[in-house]
Design a protein around this ligand. Structure first.
Ligand code: PSV
Ligand code: MN
Length: 388
């Protein structure tokens, strides 16, 4: 019998992971952004690159956009372009962190003019969602303060509520708002949405179609992220994941690269809580490829999620429940670790082949000639970057 049962394979076949358009642009640190040959010059080229990831993996059928970076005149044309390449346009990410007006806040700002401008930006994002067919508006706020006494933290929570309420009221019936949290940066003393509790409190006050976005890189070191996953699923408020890896802070590295066991533990709770292949819980990547090749970086990322999902699906739940019920600490841990240590890669390769997919998507991309083609075709123009 194959290592992966028909039920496991059916679950894996249904898996979908959304790619971020910004992963295909150049990115770096505040020290240096290294350009790479073949980098997209516009969002049409970013989507073409994302479609390559899907072509060799069948795992990434949609692409998230960031506004204004991916703004175009004709969203119908962009949507058709994506569909012609076999992908759809996904989550729309707003941006209130790169405008001079937002230096001291956007949706929380005490100046009504600036807060109005930030709300209007989100309403314009929803107009775009209507054209692109996107379901989710993702909001990450760079707001907070650097010094105790600098601002009135409580008044900001009240204004944030008012702002979000107005944005939420504009959503269509099939649309959702997901509010991302992050514990620090760019503000260092206080952040207006620093943790899942604050995000939960804010979205719970809005309604059913407002949910929490959990970015795996946005927690203090040592945080038990899978506990948060469990709790949000239990509360019916986990709207989406931004998957990535971190060693220190918001590193945006390849998911499953820094701590594969953490990714496993998260996916165990996703499965336990009914979040796998549940359309209400979107899987997305939020990564930047600063030194590694971008398209292969994204291929590696979705494969990491697939591999760790397969391992998490291997847990023997009967044996685990029996061990837990008997307070058999070491027995329970052994059941858990058995699944984690199972190498599913050969079985997944075989399964891919049976579906007409490349057994090794990384090698298939390298052999496809796509990289060489974009490197010669995209010679002129301005390369896109994180932030464009
Ligand atoms: C900034 O921390 C950030 O990485 C957030 O995680 C957002 O999801 C992303 O940028 C795109 O705005
Ligand atoms: Mn994120």
């Amino acid at each position: 019998m194959s290592l992966l049962s028909p039920q496991v394979l059916a679950a894996l076949e249904a898996q979908a992971i959304e790619l971020p358009s910004w992963a295909f642009g150049n990115s770096g640190t505040r020290f240096r952004v290294f350009p790479t040959a073949g980098t997209p010059r516009d969002v049409f080229e970013k989507i073409a690159d994302a479609a390559e990831v899907n072509r060799v993996t069948a795992l990434a059928p949609s692409v998230a956009l960031h506004i204004p970076w991916d703004r175009v005149d004709d969203y119908d044309a962009l949507r058709r372009h994506a569909e012609d390449l076999g992908v759809t346009l996904g989550t729309i990410n707003s941006n209130t962190f790169q405008d001079e007006d937002y230096k001291f806040g956007a949706l929380t700002h005490h100046d009504d003019r600036i807060r109005r401008k930030a709300i209007d930006h989100h309403l314009a994002c929803i107009d775009i969602m209507d054209r692109t067919g996107s379901r989710d508006l993702k909001i990450w706020l760079a707001e907070g303060s650097n010094y105790p006494g600098q601002t009135d933290m409580r008044a900001r929570q009240d204004r944030l509520h008012d702002s979000l309420q107005e944005i939420y009221a504009r959503l269509g019936d099939a649309q959702r708002l997901v509010l991302e949290y992050k514990f620090f940066e760019p503000s260092f003393y206080h952040t207006d949405v620093p943790d899942w509790g604050t995000s939960y409190a804010q979205v719970a006050a809005l309604g059913d179609r407002a949910l929490v976005c959990l970015d795996t890189g946005h927690h203090a070191p040592g945080t038990n992220i899978e506990f948060i996953v469990m709790q949000l699923l239990r509360l019916g408020k986990l709207g989406s994941f931004d998957f990535n890896s971190r060693f220190y802070a918001d590193d945006d590295l390849i998911v499953g690269a820094a701590d594969p066991f953490q990714l496993f533990r998260i996916l165990v709770e996703v499965i336990r809580g009914g979040g796998l292949n549940n359309p209400d819980v979107a899987f997305m990547l939020d990564q930047c490829h600063n030194v590694e090749a971008k398209i292969p970086g994204q291929i590696r990322s979705v494969l990491n999620v697939q591999e760790m999902t397969a391992r998490a699906l291997l847990i023997d739940h009967d044996a685990l429940a029996a061990a837990q019920g008997a307070n058999d600490v070491l027995g329970a841990q052994a059941v858990f670790m058995d699944a984690f240590y199972t190498d599913v890669r050969p079985a997944l390769a075989e399964w891919r082949e049976s579906r007409g997919l490349p057994t090794d998507p990384m090698a298939a991309y390298a052999a496809s000639g796509y990289q060489e083609r974009i490197e010669s075709e995209r010679a002129g123009g301005t390369q896109a970057g994180w932030g464009a």
